[in-house]
Design a protein around this ligand. Structure first.
Ligand code: PMV
Length: 323
């Protein structure tokens, strides 16, 4: 019997965003999404089984807060209720990037956890099932199970699927993290508040579906300009919807706008670069792998920038070791 498992999953950044859940569903996105996994942003998780005692959760080496422990133990309860696993577990999760700073930590975190729990499962779980189970922890985690360039459609019990393997992608992303004094509103809370109060929410849902189809076409044509332009428009539409909630949510900081303008000016100078922003103030730049060094060196010089991370695409969730 397996006692201890060590897994890793990469974070992912959406080119077409998931924002909004189907009410009453099992964490079912209301918009389809497409993302790229990032090799430099990962979470490693060690899971050990106990037969007596309670679940224990550690994040980055320290005992997790009550809120985080509760979120993880209720996730384990779901696996237990589905009779996939038994017993109690010690979960130790380490991210190599700031947690809950709009750097998609829940995506890699829940994908790594689901991958580890699958090793303890009574029945063998395929990729599709695993992606569905990761989604129950965090929507975007469904896409970190598959990695590379993944598409995540809507539906009754949706799962992500791999469109293009990480090794075959010619572009990467540069994460530009900025100073942000704002306390982050979790995407879960932000989505629900937007659904309930934004006058543009229904329009956003329709637009998301259209952008998804259009992005699939642009990806098929390997057209980075079309991919990038559509990604920017979709990002700004999502944030406009979020900002139109009442009371409004603004995830950006002054540096966010400043970087958006810089990315546009680099593009005017001839660099093929496009921005996207998740539920935070940080900006991610999509560009050809060959341009990542230049983009990073330009980004490092900008005021308000805390850290710049260049990343090639990463693969799907994987087991590092099992005992
Ligand atoms: O899966 P969550 O709860 O981390 O929500 C993801 C929300 C965005 O990052 C803003 C968009 C996305 O598709 O990743």
């Amino acid at each position: 019997m397996i006692k201890r498992v060590h897994t890793r999953a990469f974070s992912n950044i959406a080119l077409i965003k998931y924002w909004g859940k189907v009410p009453g569903g099992d964490n079912i996105p209301a918009t389809p999404s497409i993302s790229i996994a990032l090799r430099e942003l990962s979470t490693e998780t060690e899971v050990e089984r106990f037969d007596v005692g309670e679940d224990r959760v550690f994040i980055n080496g320290v005992k997790a807060t009550d809120k985080d422990t509760e979120r993880i133990t209720s996730y384990l309860d779901m696996w237990r209720e589905l009779e996939l696993i038994e017993g109690n577990y010690s979960i130790s999760s380490r991210a190599n990037f700031p947690i809950a700073a709009g750097l998609a930590s829940s995506a890699s975190g829940f994908a790594a956890l689901a991958k580890a729990l699958a090793e303890f499962s009574r029945i063998k779980l395929g990729k599709r099932k695993l992606s569905q189970l990761a989604r129950r922890g965090s929507g975007s985690a469904a896409r970190s199970v598959t990695g590379g360039l993944s598409a995540f459609p809507v539906g009754k019990d949706p799962a992500a699927r791999l469109l293009i393997d990480a090794r075959r992608l010619s572009y990467g992303m540069v994460a530009i993290t900025v100073d942000s004094a704002r306390k982050k509103i979790s995407s879960r809370e932000g989505m629900e508040h937007t659904r309930q109060t934004s006058p543009f929410y229904n329009k956003w849902i329709k637009l998301g579906a259209q952008d998804y189809k259009e992005m699939l076409r642009a990806i098929n044509l390997r057209n980075l300009t079309r991919i990038g332009e559509l990604m920017e428009s979709n990002t700004l539409a999502m944030h406009s919807c979020i900002m139109s909630a009442r009371p409004p949510i603004v995830y950006w900081s002054p540096a966010t706008i400043y970087i958006i303008q810089k990315v546009r000016s680099w593009r005017d100078e001839g660099l093929d670069v496009y921005f996207t922003i998740d539920a935070g103030a940080n900006v991610f730049v999509l560009c050809m792998k060959d341009d990542m060094d230049l983009v990073a060196s330009k980004a490092e010089k900008l005021q308000g920038v805390v850290k710049v991370i260049k990343s090639e695409p990463g693969g799907g969730a994987e087991v590092i070791s099992r005992q």
